[in-house]
Design a binder for this molecule. Structure first.
Ligand SMILES: NC(=O)c1ccc[n+]([C@@H]2O[C@H](COP(=O)([O-])OP(=O)(O)OC[C@H]3O[C@@H](n4cnc5c(N)ncnc54)[C@H](O)[C@@H]3O)[C@@H](O)[C@H]2O)c1
Length: 363
């Protein structure tokens, strides 16, 4: 997956080799000049990528730079790993908790719910009492997962008479007609929509100069337009019904910080847009009793990130070394956060960005 565009990398290597002497590294401080050496000096990129990585510890700012050798193109659908339905988290329990956290008698729509974080958050909503519409580009997988999700729920809640109504629907979130059709289909199957979670989105790694423009447009189309189209479509429906509602947009900590070492400027910008879209719509729709919040996950271990780390195990150490809690999150870590923000437990919270990142953005 991490295939550098060969021609481009070769051209870059050549251009680096021909850098003028003026770009040569300044002399490293020695014992005799330590006292006088400047606090900072500009270090050019190392000529050798491998040495570059090895040298990063010795170079000022070395741990805080992007590395253009990290290239990741979002895989074709057929190559995407499947997400197993979470087991052992959806059962009835008899521990006392606030009734406000319940989503009973609600209908929730989750975009990108066939896989990854969207699927696990979908399970959290069903476990909390909601009916569910999974909306995804991949209709077949959405249908299979909807079925598995109900089977798992039945297993974990034996004897329960009323089962959740879980349906699967197709939409390309970046396409306005497709979004409108999906919303109409969900309303026809469930009667209404009360809650929305926008999880459809993807990331890619290219250095900014190399990012193919059409891919960048696609990325922003799904991550930004897709979030906007679903939010406005569901809000319009809520306003027509004069009903309260809650929307949770899945942003990313990348909307607030710049990840290293993988370069991903357009993704970071798209997630900053999602975060501020949530804040802006929260203000605009507050008079309609529609709350809009954002969840910004940090590095989560999904089937996709596992696949990336299998191919680039060096990234795991780099990532985890920057997370105060010392480990990546799991999709299950979002179950409580999304339930809280959709439920009445967060009735007075709108426009917030809830970072679920193990403290990454604090340091
Ligand atoms: N995994 C992480 O570490 C992480 C961290 C921070 C933020 N996020 C964000 O969380 C969200 C979910 O990520 P994930 O890791 O679960 O990804 P994923 O690839 O496992 O799942 C994304 C789902 O969205 C669907 N999708 C993609 N394009 C679509 C489109 N145009 N229309 C409808 N559905 C579409 C896919 O089919 C898939 O089911 C994304 O917005 C991502 O940016 C993920």
């Amino acid at each position: 997956m991490f295939k550098p565009p060969v021609a481009l990398q070769a051209a870059k290597a050549l251009s680096r080799r021909s850098r003028p002497a003026a770009f040569a590294a300044p002399p490293r401080p020695s014992a005799s000049n330590t006292f006088f050496h400047p606090l900072s000096y500009t270090t050019p990129r190392a000529k050798d990528e491998k040495k570059d990585a090895e040298a990063s510890a010795d170079v000022e700012g070395g741990f805080a730079r992007t590395d253009e050798s990290v290239v990741f193109e979002y895989p074709d659908d057929a190559q995407m790993p499947r997400t197993p339905v979470v087991q052992g988290r959806g059962g009835m329990h008899f521990k006392r908790t606030l009734a406000q956290f319940s989503l009973e008698n609600k209908v929730s729509l989750v975009t990108g719910g066939a896989r990854g974080l969207g699927l696990v958050m979908s399970q959290a909503l069903v476990a909390s009492g909601s009916d569910l519409a999974i909306v995804d580009l991949n209709r077949k997988e959405a249908e299979e997962q909807a079925q598995k999700l109900v089977e798992q729920f039945k297993k974990e809640n034996p004897g329960l008479e009323q089962l959740p109504n879980v349906t699967a629907h197709y939409a390309d979130v970046a396409n306005p007609d497709s979004v409108n059709n999906a919303i109409a289909e969900v309303i026809s199957k469930h009667g209404r929509i009360d809650h929305l979670v926008t999880s459809a989105g993807f990331t890619e790694n290219f250095d900014a100069i190399s990012y193919p423009y059409d891919r960048m447009q696609k990325l922003w189309g799904v991550n930004v337009d897709g979030t906007y189209l679903f939010a406005t479509g569901v809000a319009k429906h809520l306003m027509e019904r004069k009903a309260p509602g809650s929307i949770v947009m899945i942003g990313s900590m990348s909307g607030a910080i710049v990840n290293v070492p993988q370069p991903q400027a357009p993704y970071n910008a798209s997630k900053a847009a999602v975060r501020h879209l949530a804040a802006s719509l929260a203000v605009e729709w507050a008079p309609h009793d529609i709350r809009v919040n954002c969840i910004s996950p940090g590095y989560m271990l999904t089937a996709l990130t596992r696949k990336i780390l299998d191919e680039r195990p060096d990234l795991r150490d780099k990532w985890t070394s920057l997370i105060p809690v010392g480990k990546m999150g799991t999709p299950e870590d979002l179950m409580g956060a999304v339930t809280f923000l959709l439920s009445d437990a967060s009735k007075y919270i709108t426009g917030a960005d809830l970072r679920v990142d193990g403290g990454y953005t604090l340091t």
